[in-house]
Structures are given as C-alpha cells and as structure tokens.
Design a protein around this ligand. Structure first.
Ligand code: C5P
Length: 239
C-alpha cells in the first residue's frame, strides 16, 4: 500500500454489516484503516470488528463515557475484538481514562496480544462556536481540546481525536509521538453537513495529523472510487 493510504481511516457508517463489509473489501489494500462506529456496532455486534479486520486495521469508535469501572470493563472487553484502536471521551476525566488504559494493557497482557491503542475524544468536530457557547465550559475550542489532550496523555493514553485546528497546540503540548486522529475532513468545495470544525486532507496532514477519518465524502460520493482517488492524489503529492 502507498504511504498516503496508511494515513486514511474510512468510516464505515452503514446500517448493515453486509454493506460495511462490501465497502471494506472494495477499498482493502488502498487504505490502512477502517472505522467501526456506533451505528454498525449496535446493529451487528462485536463480530463485525473481526470481519472488517480482514481488510485492514480497525478503529473501534465507541467513544466510551461512563463511570470509571464501567468504562474500564467495556474497554477490556473490546481488547479481544480484533480492533487495533479504541477510544473513550476525555470528558470522563482522569480516573476514567487512567482505569481504561490500565484495563486495556492488563487484558492484552492476559491474552498475550499486542494492546490496541487507546485514544481520547477531545471536543467533537461537530461542535462549532455556537454549540460551544451553549455549554458551560470556559475557553475556546483550542484551549479546551489541548487541555483534554494533556490530561489524556498524563493518564497514559496513546493519543486523541481532535480537529485539525487544534493540532498545532496539541502537538506542542503533547509531543511528536502522541497519536492525533482527525475527523471532519472535507474537500474545499463540499458541504460540511453536521461537521463544524473541518479541514481539507492536505491541511490536516500539514498540521501534523497521524490519521485522517473520512466518512461521507467517500461513502456517500456518487463515485466513491473517484472521491478516494482524489484524496489519495492530494495527499500523495504533498511534500
Ligand atoms: O462522514 P464524516 O467524514 O463526517 O465522518 C466522520 C466520522 O468520524 C463519523 O463516523 C463520526 O462519528 C466520527 N467522529 C467525528 N468527530 C469526532 C470523533 C469521531 O466526526 N470527534
């Protein structure tokens, strides 16, 4: 696979395992990662993860957010699913994240497998200035996301999900080795839909993204092959 494809995680936001599986098979070998999110996981159950993992690495995007013991147990349960990356919400706080990291490492050790990466969602990319103003939080998106990223790093997590806008601050505060997964990817011309803090593939990678999560711009495109091809060409040409 080309280097550009390794930087892409296709979000398989489909209602059925069959559609997701067909899509993953179609793009197998062209992108490194596939994302299984809530819609697919709730409709198909954990077996969908192992099925998709035949076509690439799986990011299991369940955004766990509950009391520490519940999240730790759910994260441990996800370790054997075949996913290479899992996530929790950083808003769950220090104890929740630390317990989840400990549970993932412990379960992987017990099974004798490599632990999946555990990352934290900072501020959802669908939260724009207006939505943020409604929430009882202090600071702008950059300050909030960077603060949550620092906390996630201190709790032993491998990285975060954030928007491209916050990447420079997060890179500066959390270092080079910290994984940064960036959704809200849109080409300059297209409608962002419910996503608010968006960026182009090229801008996100330039700002230091480790992995781009791309869903509807490819899955809902009239010609998904062409849409992905254009994105791969755009980032493959980057110097
Ligand atoms: O279709 P689109 O490219 O907007 O898909 C983005 C995907 O990334 C969705 O599956 C969404 O659930 C997920 N995601 C996100 N923002 C986050 C974390 C995950 O959009 N902060």
């Amino acid at each position: 696979m080309r280097e550009a494809g390794q930087k892409i995680c296709l979000a398989l936001d489909f209602p059925s395992g069959q559609e997701a599986s067909e899509f993953a098979r179609r793009f197998s070998g062209r992108v490194g990662w596939f994302k299984v999110g809530l819609e697919l996981f709730v409709s198909e159950g954990p077996s969908v993860v192992a099925d998709i993992a035949r076509h690439g690495s799986v990011f299991l995007d369940l955004k766990l957010h509950d009391i520490p013991s519940t999240v730790a147990r759910a994260a441990a349960s996800a370790v054997g699913s075949g996913a290479s990356m899992l996530n929790v919400h950083a808003f769950g706080g220090r104890e929740m994240m630390a317990r989840a990291a400990e549970a993932v490492a412990g379960e992987a050790n017990r099974r004798g497998i490599q632990a999946p990466k555990l990352i934290a969602v900072t501020l959802l990319t669908s939260i724009g200035a207006e939505t943020l103003a409604d929430l009882p939080l202090r600071g702008n998106a950059d300050e909030i996301a960077a603060g949550l990223a620092r906390l996630a790093r201190d709790c032993g997590l491998d990285g975060v999900v954030c928007s491209a806008g916050e990447l420079p601050t997060i890179r500066r505060t959390c270092g080079e080795g910290f994984v940064t997964v960036v959704p809200g990817i849109r080409t300059a011309a297209e409608d962002a839909g419910d996503q608010k803090r968006v960026s182009t593939p090229r801008a996100a990678l330039k700002a230091g993204a480790s992995l781009l999560v791309i869903g509807r711009p490819v899955t809902q495109a009239p010609d998904p092959e062409k849409a992905l091809g254009a994105i791969l060409a755009e980032i493959g040409e980057m110097k």
